[in-house]
Write a protein that binds this ligand. Structure first.
Ligand SMILES: NC(=O)c1ccc[n+]([C@@H]2O[C@H](COP(=O)([O-])OP(=O)(O)OC[C@H]3O[C@@H](n4cnc5c(N)ncnc54)[C@H](OP(=O)(O)O)[C@@H]3O)[C@@H](O)[C@H]2O)c1
Length: 303
């Protein structure tokens, strides 16, 4: 129906239509989210070899129904084998696949058939799943021993964004090249960071990469409304990544923040951070491409 933008009745009708539509969407969203862990799923977790990725894999394996498939993706195969053993011991009815990859290899073709080959090599049919999910969890922190003015090596800066931005985008496209059917429930979790919002000394590359990724997924959510996207910032979690920042940051202030959180018992364990994520996924309330960070205010206090 054509609407005259100057006509009051049309404006009211359009508003009512939009309002009804938003309630319907909200209901559909809530419905979908509440059932998220009940659906037989194909779940790929990048950075699944340690830290939050390992913990998420263990937790998700215990929550998704039998015959769901978990794909662990990272560079260190031995570490992923250990995670696979841990999962299978606790939840033997889940299939765990290891896919070695380097998210920094952005040469043409590297990402093209990753998920098609995971399916065919493991004799899995994508139609077997009610839901597919990709967790963009892999990340590196870059040269945190430098300030913004000290990034002078183009190759190092480019390499940082290859891993943390280009690789994420290319892997994401590869995923949707395989799982293109909008009638299948498709979920993306973008692991973000407060450093993408709060300027954090010595983490200029890390914060810039996170901010850019967040915007990428915000745009994607407008282009692909059938895809459920959650951007989640876990807070300060005691992993190798955080310990590395604490030891090697060029910022005395940032080290003080992390040490202060540690001394006050405010650092989260990976288990607690993943529990928070699971609560959000189960709570039925997150809006599409909502950015969730409950820790923002706490960290401001330490600055
Ligand atoms: N820890 C925190 O306090 C914190 C706070 C806010 C946000 N986050 C975010 O949460 C996510 C997980 O962090 P984490 O603390 O668990 O980090 P982590 O312990 O350092 O783990 C990072 C993961 O990324 C993988 N990875 C790194 N470079 C890779 C590459 N080039 N190709 C493929 N995989 C690669 C690593 O596996 P391999 O080495 O085996 O490749 C590892 O599994 C990240 O997105 C991080 O930014 C963490």
């Amino acid at each position: 129906m054509l609407r005259n933008p100057m006509c009051a009745t049309c404006i009211i009708n359009t508003r009512e239509y939009k309002y009804t539509l938003s309630i319907d969407r909200r209901r559909a969203t809530m419905e979908k989210t509440s059932q998220l862990f009940r659906k037989k799923s194909f779940v790929a977790i990048t950075g699944g070899s340690k830290g939050l990725g390992r913990c998420m894999a263990l937790k998700f394996a215990a929550m998704f129904p039998p015959n769901s498939v978990l794909v662990l993706m990272a560079r260190n195969v031995d570490a992923m084998e250990i995670v696979r053993t841990e999962i299978i011991t606790l939840t033997p009815n889940i299939t765990v696949i290891i896919r070695q990859y380097d998210q920094g290899k952005t040469d043409q073709g590297y990402f093209d058939d990753i998920f098609d080959s995971v399916l065919s090599e493991n004799k899995i049919t994508k139609g077997d799943f009610e839901q597919v999910m990709l967790v963009h969890n892999c990340a590196s922190t870059g040269d945190k021993d430098r300030t913004g003015l000290q990034h002078c090596d183009g190759d190092r800066v480019r390499s940082y964004f290859d891993i943390n931005l280009c690789g994420t985008i290319l892997l994401n496209s590869s995923f949707f090249k395989t799982f293109y059917d909008p009638s299948q429930s498709r979920v993306i979790i973008n692991m973000s960071s407060g450093a993408g919002r709060l300027p954090t000394p010595s983490l200029s590359l890390y914060g810039t990469g996170k901010a850019a990724r967040d915007m990428f997924f915000r745009v994607l959510s407008t282009e692909e409304p059938s895809v459920r996207i959650l951007t989640f910032s876990p807070g300060a979690v005691d992993t190798v990544m955080l310990q590395d920042i604490e030891e090697n940051t060029a910022s005395h202030g940032l080290r003080k923040v992390i040490t202060g959180l540690r001394d006050d018992g405010k650092l989260l364990t990976p288990e607690a951070a993943v529990d928070n994520l699971v609560d959000i996924l189960q709570a039925k309330t997150f809006k599409n491409e909502e950015y969730i960070d409950d820790h923002y205010k706490l960290y401001q206090k330490y600055h």
